[in-house]
Every structure is written in structure tokens, then in C-alpha cells.
Design a protein around this ligand. Structure first.
Ligand SMILES: [Zn+2]
Length: 319
């Protein structure tokens, strides 16, 4: 049986039951006052599916309140399909593909996928390298940042006009965290690294100048000289940044092959998406279904406002 033939992907009531069971472990819970005992299901013929009434604050609610699903007219079973597809495709799934697979409009698919990325975001990790573990740090350049004025000829522009992505991988926990940074100057990078990496960590980078003085801030800093073609230190085979290079390769293949173009205002959400899948990957014994359930558990408090995802020239459906 295909996983997509499960009832919650097709039957609206089953979809509500599925979401309620996961978001309300103590039974239906009022999102306004937290009441879960004096709550009754509303059964009227004209009542919308999944409506409950809180007898403490006297207001009706559904499981969609204050989640990414709030005020969306997309049926819940399609939301569950979309979450599953985004969580189970290693390099992501385009809005176009979602639009064709789910039978929703392209705009709706676009909006759904950004809301799902928002759900994937967060889940604050402990500082990397806690307890003296090894943390790989590396940067990559990607896309075309149109907010930066071009300098020099197209050929001679180097990386100036590209987005700068900084990623960290904790080798002990296998977790990655990525962010868009405006500058790779040491004075801008060090505070970011200090915020995310434990003092006792062993930091591993390449030879780039902006990493040169990291030894002052962490227990140790060692690097490989990529410029001389050294990817693993001969003296110590543990000194390399190959884990993070592997992460970047999935990210880049996904961004180029699936998402193609992405403005700066959305890049952090795409990074959250790739971090999320990486941090809940098969190698960590998390299967597709469990990964989707984790994303689903994070939909609360992530209501995305129209304003938050607006792009010039793209008008959004009123959800
Ligand atoms: Zn209430």
C-alpha cells in the first residue's frame, strides 16, 4: 500500500482527526485560554468541520487557529499531502510540482510551501560543540542577490553579488544550522559563531582569512588548506569540512534543480527547509512519516501573514 493512500491524505475528517491527535495530546484544547476539560464538539449541520466550543471563554475554535493552516481554504488532507511531499523529497518539491500533484492553483501551492517551510523552521538546538565536540563551519555562495549593486564586469564580479550562506555542522549530533549572512568579514562572523557554538568546541574550517583567529574564541580551531587541494589533513584525518560540503551539495542541487530562483527574502526559509530535512534524515533513523509528523507538530504559532511573504509583482490569493 502506498503511503499516500492512507486515509488522512484523502478523507477530510480523517485528516482533522490526524492533526488533532498530534496537536492536542490532551484532547481538544482552547487556543485562547488553554481549557481542555470544558470543551464540547459543535455538531450542527451548518457547523464547520472540527469546530469546538470552549465553555470557559465561550468562544468556538478549530485545530487550525494560530497555526499555518489558519484562514486557509485548502482542505486539511491536501495540507497533509503537501507536508508529506516536502518532508520526503530530499531536494524539496517545487510549487509547480505541488500545484500539479495537489490540483491547487500555482499561487496557492507557492503560499502553502512557504507556510510549510515556516513550520520547519526553529526547534532551537543547543550550542554546537557542547561538551567539546567538533563543529565544521563553512560558507557557500549562491544565486544572485539583486539588492547588491553589480561591481566590475560580469566576469570579474566574483562572489560579490551572490548570497552568502554560512552553515555549521555538529559532528556529534549530526545537526546542521544555516543562515544567510550579509558579510564574511571576521568581525561580523565571530559574534554569529560565538552565539551558536560552545566555547569548549573544536572548530574546523578551511583556510579562509575570516576564520583565521577563531582559536581565540574556542577551545581549538584547526583548518584544511583547500587552496592547495588539501581536503583532509594528512596529520589528522579528523580535520576536514567534508560533512558540511556534503550538506551544501544537497542544498545547491535542490536550489538549482528544484527551486531555480529565490529572492533574498525567502532564502532563510529555504535554508530552514534543507536544515530540517538534514536534521531529521534517514541516517538519524527518522523515516519520512516521522519527519512529516515533526513538521506537523511545529505548525503552531507560525501563522504567516500576507505581508511576510509578499514578493514584488506577485499577488497572493486571500487564504
Ligand atoms: Zn477558551
Amino acid at each position: 500500500m502506498s503511503i499516500l493512500s492512507r486515509p488522512e491524505f484523502h478523507d477530510e475528517q480523517a485528516a482533522y482527526d490526524y492533526v488533532e491527535a498530534r496537536l492536542w495530546p490532551n484532547g481538544p484544547t482552547c487556543p485562547r485560554c488553554g481549557e481542555h476539560e470544558r470543551v464540547t464538539k459543535m455538531q450542527g449541520k451548518s457547523t464547520r468541520m472540527g469546530t469546538y466550543k470552549c465553555r470557559a471563554c465561550r468562544k468556538p475554535f478549530t485545530v487550525k487557529v494560530s497555526t499555518i493552516f489558519e484562514s486557509s481554504h485548502v482542505p486539511m488532507h491536501l495540507w497533509l499531502q503537501a507536508i508529506y511531499l516536502m518532508c520526503s523529497s530530499k531536494k524539496g518539491i517545487s510549487s509547480n510540482q505541488l500545484h500539479r500533484t495537489l490540483g491547487v492553483t500555482l499561487k496557492t501551492a507557492w503560499f502553502m510551501s512557504h507556510r510549510i517551510r515556516e513550520a520547519m523552521r526553529g526547534g532551537k538546538l543547543r550550542p554546537f560543540g557542547t561538551g567539546g565536540g567538533s563543529v565544521e563551519v563553512d560558507e557557500t555562495f549562491f544565486g544572485n542577490d539583486r539588492t547588491i549593486k553589480p561591481k566590475g564586469t560580469k566576469k570579474g564580479r566574483g562572489y560579490h553579488h551572490k548570497f552568502k550562506v554560512l552553515s555549521l555542522v555538529d559532528r556529534e549530533t549530526g545537526q546542521a544550522e544555516s543562515m544567510v549572512v550579509d558579510s564574511l568579514k571576521s568581525r561580523d562572523l565571530v559574534p554569529i559563531l560565538k552565539e551558536n557554538i560552545a566555547r569548549e568546541a573544536n572548530v574546523l574550517t578551511d583556510e579562509a582569512a575570516y576564520y583565521q583567529r577563531l582559536g581565540e574564541h574556542f577551545a581549538s580551531h584547526r583548518f584544511v588548506h583547500h587552496g592547495s587541494g588539501v581536503y583532509v589533513s594528512k596529520a589528522d584525518k579528523a580535520v576536514h569540512t567534508n560533512t558540511i560540503e556534503g550538506y551544501f551539495s544537497v542544498f545547491k542541487r535542490g536550489m538549482k534543480g528544484v527551486y531555480q530562483d529565490c529572492g533574498k527574502e525567502h532564502l532563510h526559509r529555504h535554508l530552514a527547509e534543507f536544515d530540517f530535512r538534514y536534521n531529521h534524515r534517514i541516517a538519524l533513523e527518522i523515516n519520512n512519516r516521522e519527519r512529516s509528523d515533526i513538521a506537523l507538530s511545529r505548525v503552531v504559532g507560525k501563522r504567516l501573514k500576507y505581508r511576510d511573504s509578499s514578493v514584488k509583482g506577485v499577488s497572493h490569493p486571500t487564504f
